[in-house]
Design a protein around this ligand. Sequence first.
Ligand code: HAM
Length: 424
Amino acid sequence: MAEPTFRAPKGTRDILAPGSTRLRALVDEFARQADNSGFGEVVSPIFEDLGVFKRLGESTDVVTKEMFDFYDKGDPPQQLALRPELTASICRAYAEHRPVPPWKVWYEGPQFRYEQPQAGRYRQFTQVGVEVLGTDDPQADVDVIVLGARFFESLGLVRIELALNSLGSPGDSGSRRAYEQALVKHLEQNRSRLSTQSQVTVERNPLRVLDSKREQDSAVIAGAPVMVDFLDDESAAHFAAVRAGLDAVGIAYEISPRLVRGLDYYTRTTFEFAAPGLAGAQNAVGGGGRYDGLVEDLGGPPTPGIGFALGVDRILLACDAEGVFGAPSNTVDVFVVDVTGGTEALKVCDRLRQAGIATDRSYGGRSMKAQMKVADRSGAEFAVIIGEDELACGVLTLRDMGDSSQQRVAAGSLVDELIRKRTL
Ligand code: HAM
C-alpha cells in the first residue's frame, strides 16, 4: 500500500470498529452506573480559558509542559487551552451556574496532554469521571470510591488495586504546612542525593518530589516523613471515616502514604486505581480525591469537592490483559441483496430498520454473486433476496445464512416473519 499523505498526529489514533464499539460500550456502562447512583451528566466545552487550567498547579507537568494552548482570533485574542482534564471545567461550571449542592455530576470525553506517547499514554485520551460538589461528608468520598471500584468489578476486572492516602488540609491552620516543613527539611538535608530535576522541584513544590519516578530519588523518597503522621484532628477523623466506610462496604484498599497525585488541587482524601498487569507508570487506570479549595480558586463560593477520573484507553488495555470485556458484536441481523436496481432494497432496509432490525445492503448494482459474498462477510443471520421474479410476485426470498435454507415470504409480512424467527 502506498504511504498515506497524512497520518493522525503523534499521540492520537483512529479507533475503528470493533474497538470503537467496545469503547462506546464501556462508556455506556459507566453512564448507566453513574445514573444509577444519582449523578447527572455534564457536557463541558473541549477548550476553556487557559486560566481555568492554570489552577491545576503552576509547577505541575500538566500545566508547564503538557498544555495544548493557543490564541483565538478575537481582538484582543483570548488564550485558550484544550482541556487536559475535566475537574477544573466542572468547578468553573459550578462557579458559573451555582447549582443547588450537593451537585453530583458525571462526564466522559477526550482530554489532551502533550506527553511523550507510549503504550497507554496518548496526547488525546478518553476519560469517564464523577464529581460531587458542595459536601465534605466523608461518606461522599466513600460513595465515589465505591462507584469506581464497582465499575471495574462489573467489567470483569479482578486485578485492580486501590491505593488510598490523605494529604491533610492546606492553609495556616491545616496539617499540610507542618508536614511540608518536615518534608522540606528532609529533602534539604539530602539534597545532594536527589536528581537535579528534583532539586529544582524542592523549591517550587516539595510534595511533587514524592511523585518522582526517577531511580536516583527513590532512596530519599523512601526515607521521607509521611503526611498521615502529621494530620490535624479534623483531617485524621475524616480519613478514619473514609476508611471505615470502605470497610463497611467491603472494598479492599492499601494505605499508600506517599501517594501524591500529579495535580496540585488535592486536599485530604486522594486515591488511585492501578492495574498491575500493565507496564510501569501506565498502570494507573484512574485516580481522584478531594479538592476543597478549587471552586473558590476559580472565583466561586467556598465549596468542597471530591471525584475521580478513569482512563478509558488504559482500562481497555487492562481488560485485554485479563481477557475480559471483549468487543460487543456489531454485525447486522439482515443483509438485503437486490438485483432489480436497488429501489426495493431502499424500501426493505427502511422498513426493517424502522422495526429495529439491524440491516445493511450493498451499493452499485453489483451481481447476485458479488452481493451474496458481501452478505456472507457481514455476519448477518439472514439475507433477504430480491430478484425480478420476486418483484413480479410481490414476495421476497428469506435465506438463513447459517443452514442456507430458503423460503419465500410475502413482502408485507417480512418484519413479522423475521421477528418470529428471531424468537425461536
Ligand atoms: P489524572 O490522574 O491526571 O486525574 O488522570 C486520571 C486517569 O486518566 C489516569 O489514571 C489515567 O488512567 C488517565 N490518563 C491520564 N493521562 C493519560 C494519558 N496521557 N493517556 C492515557 N490515559 C491517561 C485527573 O485527570 C483528575 N481530573 C481526576 C479527578 C477527578 N480528581 C478529582 N476529580
